[in-house]
Structures are given as C-alpha cells and as structure tokens.
Design a protein around this ligand. Structure first.
Ligand SMILES: Nc1nc2c(ncn2[C@@H]2O[C@H](COP(=O)(O)OP(=O)(O)O)[C@@H](O)[C@H]2O)c(=O)[nH]1
Ligand SMILES: [Mg+2]
Length: 358
C-alpha cells in the first residue's frame, strides 16, 4: 500500500485536514506533542469522468478511487536529532511514499504557533535535510570504502556525493534540480527529500477570497518543486461534517465552489503516479487504480484475481468517447469497442469490460 504522509509543525492543522479528507477521527488538539500516534485513513478521490459514466449508466452505486493518508505526529525543530518524538516523526516520514507538507497561514491567538507558511516550510525542510545529511554522511563513508575494492560502485558514490553537496547547502533533494534520472540512483539510500512533495497552505478564513496573495511566496520559495494548494482547513472541516446538500450550499455561499478538498485528494493521487480506469453498468460505476504502464491482464487483476488468471481479452473504449456515444450497447453497435489482448497497455480514462474464463 502506498501512503501520503501529512507533515507539518504542531498546530498547522494536519489532523483537521486528515479528518476532513478521510472522514476520520484523528485527535485534534492545540498542543505540541499531543498526537503521538499516526492515524491512517483513505480519502476519496472525486472524478468528474466517473460521475458522467454513472449518470450515463444510471448506476445504483458509484465507487471512487481512494488515496491512503497518514497523519504523522507533528514535527518540531530538532526532530532530526531525536528531540521530542523526533525519531518517531522521521520514521513515519520514512514509511510514506510521498509527502504533503501542511503549512500554517491562519492566525488564531488561541492556537499556539506562527502564521508564516514560508517560515514553516523552512523549519520543516531543514529538519528533513538534516536527517538526510546525516544518512548521506554515514553512507558515503561506507560506500567509499567499498568502492575501493569494487569499481562498479563508483557511480553510486558519485550520485551520493552530488546529493551530499546539495544537502550540506541546506537544499532538499526534490529542489536540487538533480535530474529526474539521478533520483532513482539515489533510491537505495532511502532519503526523505527524494520523495515527491505537495504543499497545502492552511489559510485563515478571511484569506480564502484572496488565496493567491498567501500562496505566491510559498510557490516562489518552492520554485516549481511542488504543487501548492490553499485550503481553509477549518471551513472545509466544518463543511465536511454536513450532509451533502448543506455542504454545497455553505461552500458555494462562501464562493469556494466545490471546496478545495477534492483538489487536494486529486493532487495526492497524482503525486503517487497513479492512473485510473473505469467499469460502468447499472449495478455500479467504479474507478480503479493502476500503475502507469500496466497491461490489460494486470488491470483485470485489480478488479479480481480470477479476471487476471482467466483473462481472455478486454473490450475498451475511452471514457469521453463512450459518453458521446451514450451507452455501451451503442458503442458496440457503432463498432467503437476495441478488442484488446494481453499486451494492451491500459490508458488513463479507459473504460474496460474484461472477458475471462476460469
Ligand atoms: N482558526 C483556525 N484554527 C484551526 C485551523 N485548522 C486547525 N485549527 C485549530 O488548530 C488546532 C490544531 O489543529 P490540529 O488539526 O490538531 O493540528 P495538528 O497539530 O497539525 O494536527 C486545533 O485547535 C484546530 O481546531 C484553521 O484553519 N483555522
Ligand atoms: Mg495532529
């Protein structure tokens, strides 16, 4: 299972965001060190393509894709040296496959902590960089020795040296401009800052109308290394508690459209490099998750292992073409259903029907 870790200073709103996204019940409290256990939950990933298919098929049930989140207990300055629950924080981040930084921009005299997201970013990145620097140093020493007797290790040592140089300047590796193809070379070293990153800025309620002003300096600081999204976690968490119709009314009334949570879930999903295919019918329409490059039998296996084992062929049509044709039957009549075999690489947005025999 791949996880996105929520990482932020105490009281940045991680647990509130986690709860709003997952419908979960992580402890929300304004205290450093209050959350000592990490919670895991699944956020639904809304997808307008799925909604369109469900409407077309008059499906009785709609099943969205999900993305797994971990609410990692708050990082504080000094975590990289084991301060507070430091080692546990870092362990939580190490287990995540991607990082969602939660940066506080809301002011609230009752909630300890600052409201400067760029400063939060600096503190968080420094802790991550210090942890990576430490492991780079340990591993460099070891690898240099090993490379003396084994020349094949020279390229790994070179990659490590480059990474070490960036880290000593305080630069997280995701910002280093190390070419994407050098990052895989560094996989073996389990750095924290080679993980993909997304930033959520927790906006004050009065700042949502002009979010761009708050987001701009954060985006500039990150320089394109991470997508930056603004959310009023408090407003959205309150809205998330309401029945759907009231929620829509509240968010619309505030000029927030459908709210920012769907965009956060979608960005998290993309961050893990995930792709979606669909199945649709009267019983249900459903979004399924697969990895880029997967072929038809592997995707069939996402639905059920029998479908992979007994895979014969897949009937395939892209979602927008299907919507235009109006139904699976008319797609078939129009000769628009492609028959694909075992070597077909499924595309994001394909609608599939699997033929199988076990
Ligand atoms: N005013 C305001 N308070 C918030 C907001 N988000 C979270 N809080 C409050 O800040 C405190 C800490 O929130 P929590 O989600 O537990 O933060 P965490 O320590 O990062 O997990 C709680 O009292 C929340 O109610 C926000 O957007 N606005
Ligand atoms: Mg918390």
């Amino acid at each position: 299972m791949e996880l996105i870790g929520l990482v932020g200073l105490p009281n940045s709103g991680k647990s509130s965001l986690f709860n709003a996204l997952t419908g979960g019940h992580a402890l929300v409290a304004s205290h450093p060190f209050s959350t000592t256990e990490s919670s895991v939950g699944v956020a639904q990933v809304p997808d307008h393509r799925l909604n369109a298919l469900a409407e077309m098929s008059s499906s009785r049930k709609v099943v969205h894709a999900g993305v797994e989140l971990v609410d990692i207990a708050g990082l504080v300055a000094g975590s990289s040296t084991g301060e507070g629950l430091g080692n546990r924080f870092l362990g939580g981040i190490r287990e995540a496959d991607a990082i969602c930084l939660v940066l506080r921009a809301f002011e609230d005299a009752n909630v300890p902590g600052g409201a400067d997201p760029v400063s939060d970013l600096g503190v968080l990145e420094l802790e991550l960089v210090l942890a990576d620097l430490q492991s780079a140093e340990t591993q460099l020493e070891r690898r240099r020795k090993a490379a003396k007797g084994d020349k094949s290790q020279a390229s790994q040592v070179a990659a490590l040296e480059k990474a070490h140089a960036f880290l000593s300047e305080g630069t997280p590796l995701y910002r280093s401009g190390l070419a994407r193809d050098e990052l895989p070379e560094l996989k073996a070293f389990f750095f924290l800052t080679t993980k993909p990153v997304l930033a959520v800025v927790n906006l004050g309620e009065d700042a949502v109308a002009d979010a761009a002003t708050t987001l701009k300096p954060v985006a500039e600081e990150l320089g394109g290394a991470a997508e930056v999204l603004g959310v009023s976690v408090k407003l959205e968490a309150e809205a998330a508690e309401l029945p759907e119709a009231e929620r829509e009314e509240l968010l619309e009334g505030l000029g927030l459209g459908e709210g920012a949570l769907p965009r956060v879930a979608q960005a998290a999903y993309r961050l893990l490099g995930r792709r979606t295919f669909f199945t649709t019918g009267e019983k249900e329409s459903r979004a399924w998750t697969f990895r880029a490059g997967a072929k038809a039998p592997e995707c069939a296996g996402v639905i059920h292992s029998d479908l992979q084992r007994g895979f014969i062929r897949a009937e395939v049509v892209h979602w927008d073409e299907l919507i235009e044709l109006g139904s699976w039957a008319s797609a078939r009549d129009a000769g628009k259903l492609r028959v694909e075999g075992k070597d077909y690489e499924v595309a994001d947005g394909d609608v599939l029907e699997i033929r199988f025999n076990v």
